[in-house]
Design a protein. Structure first.
Length: 150
């Protein structure tokens, strides 16, 4: 199981799921997780205000992050604008597993309106317990993508 720096952030649409996943990480997975907000439900908040600082924390600490909005797309797009972030949308546990094995993601995006809490917890657990395969073909492919950032 992953045991390094872990961060979570959302917007108002992902606020309730974020709170549940914080409890899940701390109480059931015995992981320390830093909640980067929001810390109260505000329908007028904007996800970039919370997920961009998360992306920087992930990079600075070489950790992992979880970002949540209603459909998972906006937060995913936002954090992927930050050089060094590789975020994928976890819509099932198989995807969560392969996004780590093949793509070495450092941020997981979740869609609060399209996942039950139980399903989100299953996806998160699979992502956290999976490591990058290190296979040459995956390294080669990721190198080509990373070259786009230069």
């Amino acid at each position: 199981m992953y045991n390094k720096n872990l961060f979570i952030a959302s917007d108002h649409g992902g606020y309730q799921l974020k709170k549940r996943l914080v409890r899940y990480c701390e109480n059931e997975l015995n992981l320390k997780i830093e909640d980067l907000g929001p810390h109260e439900h505000d329908p007028a908040d904007d996800y970039p205000d919370f997920v961009i600082p998360l992306a920087h924390k992930v990079l600075e600490s070489k950790g992992r992050g979880i970002v949540i909005c209603r459909n998972g797309i906006g937060v995913c797009i936002a954090v992927n604008k930050i050089k060094g972030i590789k975020c994928g949308i976890g819509y099932n546990s198989s995807v969560a597993e392969t996004m780590m094995q093949h793509d070495n993601t450092n941020v997981l995006a979740l869609a609060a309106d399209h996942l039950s809490e139980d399903h989100a917890m299953l996806i998160l657990k699979k992502w956290l317990e999976t490591e990058f395969s290190g296979d040459e073909r995956h390294i080669r492919r990721l190198s080509k993508v990373e070259a786009l950032e230069k």
